[in-house]
Design a binder for this molecule. Structure first.
Ligand SMILES: [Zn+2]
Ligand SMILES: [Zn+2]
Length: 206
């Protein structure tokens, strides 16, 4: 799972990155400018438009287009999901060369692959990226013969389950069998079980 943290009047707000591309844009607000994450800026067509993660060559081509400066994308950054940069949920940030910084370093190429916790600086503002794994209920599609570590019985394909964010072992998690949420920690690795959907990390921890 990947998130963008943006500061608003109540503190750090969390925005979950979904789909294959998102935009980080400037927005006017009372008392100044802020950053906003949006699936698609107004009056723009989607760049990838397949609904699937971007192939690495498309990410690089897009970065080159921005380097040539043939368009008017100065006031936005593009976040693209691209598995080819490593990991099932990996994202890259593309913008005009030197228009943004990542973890305090100016990005002269205009392409930065996001891993872990990254502070993004843009137009004098900042936000944070995090690719922290968050527990989610999904249909089990793992190996036949998988056994739930809580109740010690099998997990069938298609059954509702949750994988531990740390050791990735799967537990049943449905209304009549809430094995994942039954205990405060994972039986196997001891990491806290939480189904709130919110990341544990926050920019304040840095
Ligand atoms: Zn179980
Ligand atoms: Zn675990």
């Amino acid at each position: 799972m990947a998130f963008i943290f943006m500061q608003d009047s109540d503190g750090w707000g969390t925005y979950r990155l979904v789909g294959d591309e998102m935009y980080l844009v400037l927005r006017g607000e009372d008392g100044g400018l802020g950053l906003q994450v949006t699936p698609k800026p107004p009056n723009q067509t989607k760049r990838n438009d397949t609904g699937k993660p971007w192939p690495a060559r498309l990410v690089r081509r897009r970065a080159r287009e921005l380097q040539r400066g043939s368009n008017s994308d100065k006031s936005q950054l593009l976040l693209v999901a691209s598995q080819e940069f490593g990991g099932a949920d990996s994202w890259a940030l593309i913008g005009k060369p030197a228009s943004f910084s990542a973890s305090g370093l100016r990005c002269d190429t205009g392409l930065h692959v996001l891993h872990g916790h990254v502070e993004i600086g843009f137009e004098g503002l900042r936000c944070f990226f995090s690719d922290e794994a968050v527990a989610e209920v999904v249909d089990f599609d793992g190996d036949h013969g998988a056994v739930c570590p809580r109740c010690k019985s099998g997990i069938e394909r298609g059954q509702k389950c949750v994988a531990c964010v740390h050791c990735r072992i799967s537990y049943h998690q449905s209304e009549d069998r809430s094995c994942y949420g039954y205990g405060p920690t994972c039986v196997t690795c001891g990491v806290k079980t939480s189904l709130g959907g919110d990341p544990e990390w926050s920019p304040e921890d840095d």
